[in-house]
Ligand binder design. Structure first.
Ligand code: SF4
Ligand code: SF4
Length: 345
């Protein structure tokens, strides 16, 4: 029983932090159209700082560390970082663009029960255009090598459904089935927040080249309805993470995005700031991927940061889904009070 986590979900005061997403680097070897992360930032957290952080997070009841970025596998001391968290017995998940999977499979097998690889097209042309680098074949080779290895982690792929790839929904499901990938999940493209370095670091494709237009949204809905029948078994088994209804939520999101305010965004449910935090490669701590930082772990102790007036106010606002960012959010996290109590993170 995790009483502290349960209490987190019903209040704005945090007693424990079960899930932490850490950007071990913001450098990346791809150039995706929706993201500005390219070079590592100067002054990234050192190995020693991350080691200390792991000890502090363990005291705050960490259960699950998720590595993101940037591309985590670019960091040379990444295996040592994983080893530190492994010693605290926490579950580890890797979000990766997959480009270095083939080379780093031994490290990955040692520390991960689950990896999530971004694949943005069912064929090289689409994927490479969205990801900005010829990477499709290399990524699929890395996935195949992972799937063929002993004691392998579960492999999921994640696709950002957008203008250039929504017609490949079926192809992506087929790719998942035929390669033996454990599951596929889909989300809409976030083009309006300043997450992923878009506030400070450079241009991404214009929204109109990423978001679907009205005719394309109708087409997407038709595709989803056809696939709901054709892949009934795969939806039921969880091979496709989202239900057909949830996939329509993506179409609803694009409808709202292009409506200029005349259509509401689909309803979101999220309590990310009650059970988790995102820590950037330079130590800023955020309530989630999208909301502003409420401090820096280099400047303040964790005990000072965890319940600042600012983050407690954010939690109150998120409870009512008041921030505009929450209404437009494409990547929510919800842990029910029951799951929190049962320590399911
Ligand atoms: S979305 Fe991920 S893989 Fe693509 S450029 Fe950004 S950090 Fe790199
Ligand atoms: S809905 Fe989105 S923006 Fe709001 S707290 Fe959750 S993850 Fe953050």
């Amino acid at each position: 029983m995790n009483i502290k986590a349960f209490l987190n979900t019903i209040s704005s005061n945090t007693r424990t932090l079960p899930i932490v997403i850490i950007y071990v680097t913001e450098g990346c070897n791809l150039k995706c159209v929706t993201c500005s992360y390219r070079q590592a930032l100067p002054g990234e957290l050192s190995f020693e700082e991350i080691e200390n952080l792991a000890g502090t997070l363990a005291q705050y009841g960490l259960k699950h560390i998720v590595y993101s970025g940037g591309e985590p596998l670019l960091r040379r001391d990444f295996p040592e970082i994983c080893k530190v968290f492994a010693e605290y017995g926490v579950k580890q998940t890797l979000l990766t663009n997959g480009l270095l999977l083939e080379k780093r499979i031994d490290d990955i097998k040692q520390y991960f029960t689950e990896i999530i690889v971004s694949v943005d097209g069912a064929n090289p042309d689409t994927h490479n255009k969205i990801r900005g680098v010829n990477s499709f074949e290399i990524i699929l080779r890395g996935i195949a090598k992972t799937l063929a290895s002993e004691n392998r982690p579960e492999v999921s792929i994640r696709t950002v459904l957008q203008k250039q790839n929504f017609r490949e929904l079926e192809g992506l499901i087929e790719l998942t089935k035929h390669t033996g990938i454990n599951r596929i999940s889909f989300l809409a493209a976030d083009v309006s927040s300043d997450a992923y370095g878009r506030d400070t670091r450079g241009a991404v494709e214009d929204e109109s080249r990423i978001a679907l237009n009205p005719a394309e949204i109708i087409e997407l809905r038709t595709i989803i309805d056809l696939l709901a029948v054709k892949y009934e078994k795969e939806f039921a088994s969880g091979l496709i993470s989202e239900s057909p209804g949830k996939l329509h939520h993506i179409a609803d999101y694009y409808d709202a995005l292009i409506s200029g305010g005349s259509m509401p965004f689909p309803k979101n449910l999220c309590n990310a700031p009650m059970v988790s935090a995102v820590i950037t490669s330079t130590g800023d701590i955020h309530p989630c991927f999208f909301l502003p930082s409420f401090g820096n772990i280099r400047k303040s102790s964790f005990s000072e940061l965890i319940n600042t007036p600012s983050i407690m106010d954010t939690r109150k606002q998120v409870k009512k889904m008041k921030p505009v960012r929450c209404k437009e959010c494409v990547c929510t996290l919800y842990t029910s009070p029951k799951n929190a109590l049962l320590d399911r993170f």
